[in-house]
Design a binder for this molecule. Structure first.
Ligand code: FES
Length: 574
């Protein structure tokens, strides 16, 4: 598709001006060694870089940006690299999610305020992708995403390991089956190259999401970070964005309702993270596509799991690439997708993926012989989650998909930490662990603690999974029968806040139901005694976050950030 609008470049409003304004815009820019001809009608391409040594998953992005620049220059554009706040999943406290919306503001305002005609988003670690995409959608200039790629598979004692093993190592360590010294050795083998987590965690889920939406070139999702093909992709991405500026191909042209439905189906097929739900809803909110929580269930319900990747399966992102990458997955899914959706290179999903091949059926299977008939995100409803909750069935235990048990309640994460190892804790394998106040407003930021570790006394008995319920999130690398994103969250006085020890709860995944067996009158009485948790935030960003963040079924965006403001600027600087 090529609109080939012969329109004036956005950057011309800075660099083509005469008089004092043009002088000031150009003079300071030229101090970087830029000849006049570069500012005479070439598209100015921003490279929005989340490089940071505090975001180890993105630490190779300065090098990657150089390959993007080669492509931009070759295609006749002019690259300008700019930093935005980066979000490192492993180091940031209390949780990187607290800052996703903040970064989206940084990205939106940085793009709009500057002489940029098109933008390449360098995304990697979990939140960097949705934050950057949300920001650019609110400006809506030509945009292409380049993900940093996953790490090579980790190795420890002759075995392949990656982030999903952390949860197993942790439980073995807590029960004394793995020493602290062995843990140190394992962590040295876990992250052995550039890139983000090597399983289908949230970062890879996001990389798949942008490719499925049509926001990146084919193969963006799975080329490993250290592979030379990632640098080639960066080069080609640089070339493509210049073409996109010439054809004025914007996110709003690509991100149609059908593109979002495709992304939901692809996410189901790859066993993507539950975090996908929140981020996709937020992106849809920015481009004005009416997408809701129920759509996550509706459009993934008939899609089986056709990739055998941890945490739902066996293999790693590297293996997905060798098996044909996401293109082979999309090719398999084509009969179920909107194949005429347009993508960044102007070609449709059908044109990009129709001839792709699978090279390893143990990693990517067919719709007829899937690895699991059950996939995707199941949306639960019931009196315990009036506005919804989610569970990832492919990462859950079959025997717990329909389960009734008595609640063991933890009022806060601190309460959980203080009591979970207590040998006297009244809990057995049929209990339902309930964790409150780990939601967006209650924590704040909704950390990934929903797959809370099991009590050691049950681990010692060989119990590996229990039903767990919270208003928090779970790492995309996590697994278990874990009900997440319960809404309204406990801090808002949702029913979750009213659950007491010993209450009976029924989870029925097939029926999409989560029920607390307590009568309405009793719940009303408990509600009358409810007092919200007081976190004591009175200033700054965190206070603003608590005030404005929407619940997970609305994408956890800020109320005032939904939609976009376009790329126009009402006032000049001089
Ligand atoms: Fe960055 Fe997993 S910690 S992707």
């Amino acid at each position: 598709m090529s609109k080939m609008k012969d329109q004036k470049l956005r950057s011309a409003d800075w660099f083509s001006r005469s008089g004092k304004d043009g002088f000031i815009y150009r003079a300071w820019f030229k101090k970087q060694g830029i000849p006049q001809e570069e500012l005479s009608g070439k598209p100015i391409i921003g490279i929005c870089n989340t490089w940071s040594e505090l975001t180890p998953c993105n630490s190779h992005f300065r090098e990657l940006a150089e390959f993007v620049k080669r492509g931009i220059l070759e295609q006749g554009g002019f690259p300008v690299e700019f930093p935005v706040m980066s979000l490192g999943e492993t180091l940031m406290k209390p949780t990187a999610m607290l800052y996703r919306n903040q970064v989206s503001i940084d990205v939106e305002e940085s793009i709009r305020a500057n002489p940029i005609d098109g933008v390449v988003l360098l995304c990697g670690c979990d939140k960097t992708t949705p934050a950057l995409v949300m920001g650019t959608c609110s400006v809506d200039i030509p945009t292409i995403v380049l993900s940093g790629g996953a790490m090579l598979t980790g190795r420890h004692h002759g075995k392949s390991i990656s982030t999903s093993d952390i949860w197993r190592f942790s439980e073995e360590n807590r029960t004394g089956r793995m020493t602290n010294e062995e843990m140190i050795l394992a962590e040295a083998g876990m992250c052995r190259s550039d890139g983000h987590c090597a399983v289908m965690g949230t970062a890879s889920t996001m990389a798949c999401m942008v490719e499925a939406l049509g926001l990146s070139l084919p193969q963006n999702a799975a080329i490993p970070a250290p592979d030379s093909a990632r640098k080639v992709l960066a080069h080609l991405t640089g070339k493509e964005i210049v073409k996109m500026v010439h054809s004025d191909l914007k996110p709003s042209d690509i991100l149609t309702r059908q593109a979002f439905e495709n992304a939901i189906k692809v996410n189901a097929a790859v066993g993507g993270s539950t975090n996908f739900v929140i981020h996709l809803l937020a992106i849809a909110g920015r481009v004005g596509v009416a997408l809701n929580l129920q759509d996550m269930d509706t459009y993934s319900a008939d899609i089986p799991l056709i990739t055998n990747l941890q945490p739902s399966g066996k293999y790693f992102m590297e293996d997905l690439y060798y098996a044909g990458g996401l293109p082979a997955v999309i090719k398999t899914l084509l009969p179920r997708l909107h194949a005429d959706c347009i993508t960044v290179n102007g070609l449709t999903i059908q044109e990009n993926y129709g001839e792709r091949a699978c090279y390893d059926s143990d990693v990517i299977s067919t719709l007829d012989k899937p690895f699991n008939e059950v996939s995707g995100i199941v949306v639960l409803k019931g009196n315990l989650c009036e506005n919804g909750a989610v569970i990832k069935p492919s990462a859950a235990s079959k025997h717990l998909m329909q389960h009734t048990g008595k609640a063991v309640v933890f009022e806060t994460i601190d309460d959980y930490k203080a009591r979970i190892d207590d040998p006297d804790l009244e809990v057995d394998e049929n209990s339902v662990l309930v964790l409150k106040n780990v939601g967006l407003k209650g924590y704040p930021g909704m950390p990934e603690v929903g797959n809370m570790g099991l009590p050691p006394k049950l681990l010692e008995k060989g119990i590996t999974d229990m039903v767990r319920i919270s208003d928090g999130r779970m790492s995309g690398t996590g697994f278990g029968t874990v009900v997440l994103h319960v809404s309204p969250e406990a801090a808002l006085g949702g029913t979750l806040a009213l659950v007491q020890n010993g209450d009976v709860i029924t989870l029925d995944v097939a029926q999409r139901s989560l029920h607390l067996h307590v009568g309405d009158a009793e719940l009303l009485e408990r509600k009358s005694r409810f007092t919200p948790i007081d976190l004591g935030y009175t200033r700054g960003y965190t206070q603003q976050f608590i005030q404005h963040v929407l619940q997970p079924e609305e994408g956890a965006d800020f109320d005032y950030l939904k939609g976009g403001s376009g790329s126009d600027i009402q006032r000049d600087s001089h």
